[in-house]
Design a protein around this ligand. Structure first.
Ligand code: RAM
Length: 348
């Protein structure tokens, strides 16, 4: 659907294994206030990079920020991460405005809402800032590029495959999502609903609830789901915050091992729940690679190596060469399944 292409070899396992090392160097270098003389990797290019995740305090985004900072160091730019504490639709606007006022060269954003950031992003782009979304997109006209972790179809399918297998392909399931406006989760949920309707007639999706990528809210929503639906057989949480909170709730409850839980999680947050039998398998991609690729794509825009047109190609350091697909989207790779057999190999 996105017409995206990735050139080069998947470096997922190797990169994942080195994350422990990469994260040691993740302290922000500050800056982001540079004018045309900032950076220095490419003559006069302003290689100051500002990273704006959905919210701060989420290990998933800590890891993607680590990857982006590693890339920025490689190409000789300056780097800073900014962001709100709450993943609400407009909470990112002020950070976009400030970054633009301070003259950042490139802004890398995971959007809490497809539309709410657009005015601020338009102003930033008019001021010369290159805007790259990653992880969760805005409407395509509001940014130069979107760095997509995997196709929405692939992310939806792996989660439906996992939950239907875990519940014997019949019974009630619910979805515990992130915030209600999140572009990425909403796209995945729509496709999960389609996949369930098409291929799993005996599975009933009873409700989608929103934990707002907040640990406590997600925990409470899990408890409420289990109370409301006594027949519930499984929960899918397509958010690393949600699945970890739901696993924590289930692990000490009477539902442990009775109600299946899967979705998208980080190995470090999910390890104890795989080991104690609360969860058998879940999926994700490498957030460090996603941030790394987003930073290299931003650099290629800033230096003028690419404009973001379909067919543009650029090099992303250790990840190799990538090509811009339809709608200005670049694809990282495929989702990856984690389970008891392989989770010990990953450290992020
Ligand atoms: C959370 C965020 C992020 C999403 C992951 C899977 O960390 O919602 O946007 O991609 O989960």
């Amino acid at each position: 659907m996105f017409g995206l292409q990735r050139k080069g070899r998947m470096a997922f396992a190797a990169a994942a294994l080195t994350m422990g090392v990469a994260l040691v160097a993740t302290g922000c270098t500050g800056g982001g206030t540079g004018g045309d003389d900032t950076g220095g990797g490419d003559g006069d290019a302003n290689l100051s990079i500002t990273m704006l995740p959905k919210n701060l305090g989420n290990p998933y985004f800590d890891t993607s920020t680590g990857g982006a900072e590693e890339a920025t160091e490689e190409f000789g730019g300056t780097f800073e991460e900014v962001g709100p504490t709450e993943a609400s639709p407009t909470s990112q606007v002020q950070y976009i405005q400030t970054a633009a006022q301070q003259g950042t060269g490139g802004l890398i954003v995971s959007a809490n809402d497809p539309e709410a950031l657009c005015d601020a992003l338009d102003e930033a782009r008019e001021a010369g800032v290159k805007v790259v979304t990653f992880d969760s997109d805005t409407n395509p006209e509001c940014r130069d590029l979107f760095i997509n972790q995997a196709t929405s179809e692939g992310i939806a399918k792996v989660q439906v495959d996992l939950i239907t297998e875990q519940i014997g392909d019949e019974g009630q399931i619910a979805i515990l999502s992130a915030s209600a406006n999140a572009t990425n989760q909403n796209a995945w949920i729509e496709m999960m609903e389609e996949e369930l309707a098409a291929n799993h007639p005996n599975v009933e999706l009873v409700e989608v609830v929103y934990g707002d990528d907040d640990d406590q809210t997600s925990f409470d929503k899990t408890a409420a789901l289990l109370q409301t639906y006594p027949e519930l057989k499984g929960i899918v949480s397509p958010t690393t915050v949600g699945i970890a909170a739901a696993a924590r709730y289930l692990s000490t409850s009477e539902y442990k091992g009775q109600v299946a839980l899967t979705g998208l999680g980080t190995p470090n947050q999910m390890r104890e729940y795989v080991e104690d039998g609360t969860v058998t398998a879940f999926a994700l991609w490498n957030p460090a690679d996603l941030g790394y690729l987003a930073a290299y794509a931003t650099q290629a825009l800033i230096t003028g190596e690419i404009t973001g047109e379909e067919g543009d190609t650029f090099e992303a350091g250790k990840l190799g060469d990538f090509e811009v697909g339809a709608d200005g989207a670049v694809l990282l790779g495929d989702p990856f399944e984690f389970n008891a057999d392989n989770i010990g190999e990953f450290d992020f």
